[in-house]
Design a protein around this ligand. Structure first.
Ligand SMILES: Cc1cc2nc3c(=O)[nH]c(=O)nc-3n(C[C@H](O)[C@H](O)[C@H](O)COP(=O)(O)OP(=O)(O)OC[C@H]3O[C@@H](n4cnc5c(N)ncnc54)[C@H](O)[C@@H]3O)c2cc1C
Length: 461
């Protein structure tokens, strides 16, 4: 075992973020025999798992079960959870260096991007992040705003053709029995069950060949109990750029097959409709104070793949607009940040400031790569970062106060009520019990105080 600078104590590592990349990093650190480690995983929320809890759609039960795998990492004796602690607010990065030999930033990139078109802030216009936070029971969800937008809405426009756009379209289109088995908070389930939305138009700026959704997600739209999918055959005529984009790309070829089949369908009377419209660029969200529609310009692709407006405009009536045009990372005080790319700059996972490696600082996951890839992508990525960390172990600057009690004493003195793994297990049990009381497998607790109250056995005042 190489000398890590202290033969008498394990290497102290702080991981900032308990989403997939943070927990995969913790797992990679514990699954090797090069250096003995002692890891604290911080999260600003009282419950762990990041977007595996607050992003992955609640009706995708198999995918959400990745949380069970991630949970085993938290039960490792070398790993301690310190949830409900916001780095940058409750403890600074500078202070963390006093307690840890190495810090791994895995704090994600879950802020939504804006369209920057007129009307974006009208009542009835929300971001996919707001909607997803609400239906997943995120403690910071803008509940009132989302509920005001959805209640009584009849025609929705979803802007974007990635998997998140497909998720929100599907969730808004499902009937109560289709959502009953999910772990959505009860008030969310009740409101979605009573929704009066009868039509949803999904807009893509480019063509079907360029859409980012995966075939599996796309196909699910065609399998809903009370919704028919409509596609205009005109949108599926392929220009040479699209033909080249599809050539040999299995996902795109299969997407086109699905869309072509849908373009021949006739909707059944009385059912909800989901209309997919491509080459449609929103230029304005209209309405006096509440949204009444989306003004859309028809687009076309040039031979070099660049997008152009054709000057042909239409307005789609809508009383709800959900924009789903991507995510971006935000800076964390005391950590280098690439504003243009919305990521922490790095070299093989080592944080870099102005071209120089910052000793003892590492990065993984969405805040390293940007908001792309599936959950599994973060495993490979976090493992690669951990490889760099372990290679550096012997040279890392040594923490002044490595005793694990030093950091928790510091937090307690600040009045920070952290949630440890026992606290998380108490939340878990409370959610399962709440679900069972309503005949559901689990009901997510969405209120921060309710989460902290349930975690009380694991919370230190
Ligand atoms: C709506 C949506 C649906 C998705 N669905 C799927 C899917 O079905 N299948 C799939 O494979 N992938 C899906 N993904 C992608 C997947 O969720 C991501 O790849 C993955 O969650 C990224 O992991 P991460 O750990 O880098 O970030 P995150 O999961 O965002 O985790 C970051 C964590 O850091 C915490 N944090 C942030 N700031 C601080 C701070 N200052 N101090 C302490 N903690 C902090 C956050 O609370 C969070 O827990 C989806 C993503 C979204 C947005």
């Amino acid at each position: 075992m190489p000398d890590n600078g202290s033969a008498t104590r394990p290497l102290r590592v702080a991981i900032i973020g308990s989403g997939p990349s943070g927990l995969y990093a913790a797992e990679a650190l514990t699954r090797h025999d090069e250096v003995e480690v002692s890891i604290d995983v911080f999260d600003r929320l009282p419950a762990p798992f990041g977007l595996a809890r607050y992003g992955v759609a609640p009706d995708h039960l198999a995918l959400r079960s990745v949380r069970n795998t991630l949970e085993t990492v938290l039960d490792d004796p070398a790993v301690r959870l310190l949830a409900n602690v916001e780095v940058g607010t409750d403890i600074s990065v500078e202070e963390l260096h006093r307690f840890y030999d190495a810090i791994v930033f895995t704090y994600g990139a879950a802020t939504d991007q804006r369209l920057e078109i007129p009307g974006e802030d009208l009542d009835g216009t929300i971001s996919a992040t707001e909607l997803v936070n609400w239906y997943c029971g995120h403690p910071d969800a803008a509940g009132e705003r989302v509920e005001a937008a959805i209640t009584a809405a009849t025609s929705a426009v979803v802007i974007g053709v990635g998997n998140v756009a497909v998720d929100v379209t599907r969730v808004l289109s499902k009937t109560a029995p289709e959502l009953d088995h999910t772990d959505m908070p009860q008030h969310v389930l009740d409101l979605l069950a009573a929704t009066s939305i009868t039509s949803i138009t999904v807009l893509g700026r480019r063509g079907p060949a360029q859409a980012a959704f995966t075939t599996k997600e796309l196909k699910e739209l065609g399998e809903l109990a009370d919704a028919d999918v409509l596609v205009d055959a005109h949108d599926l005529a392929l220009d040479p750029v699209s033909e080249a984009d599809i050539e040999g790309e299995r996902r795109r070829e299969r997407n086109m097959e699905v869309l072509e089949e849908w373009s021949t369908r006739t909707p059944a009377r009385g059912r909800r409709t989901i209309r997919l419209r491509f080459f449609s660029q929103p230029v304005e969200i209209t309405g006096p104070d509440r949204v009444t529609g989306v003004r859309v310009e028809r687009t076309r692709l040039d031979a070099d793949g660049s997008l152009h407006g054709t000057g042909e405009y239409t307005t789609i009536d809508a009383d709800l607009v959900v924009r789903s045009v991507g995510y971006q990372g935000m800076p964390l005080a005391g950590v280098p940040f690439d504003e243009a790319r919305g990521v922490v700059p790095h070299a093989e996972g080592r944080v870099v400031d102005d071209g120089t490696v910052v000793p003892g600082e590492y990065v993984a996951g969405w805040i390293k790569r940007g908001p792309t890839g599936i959950i599994g992508t973060n495993k490979k990525d976090a493992t690669a970062t951990v490889r760099s960390l372990l290679a550096d172990a012997a040279q890392l600057p040594r923490a002044a106060q490595p005793d694990p009690d030093a950091v928790t004493t510091h937090l307690s003195e600040r009045g920070v009520r952290y949630v440890d793994v026992d606290g998380w297990h108490a939340i878990d049990a409370a959610e399962i019990a709440l679900g069972e009381s309503k005949g559901r497998p689990r009901t997510t607790l969405h209120d921060r105080e309710a989460l902290l109250e349930s975690a009380r056995r694991g919370v230190r005042d």
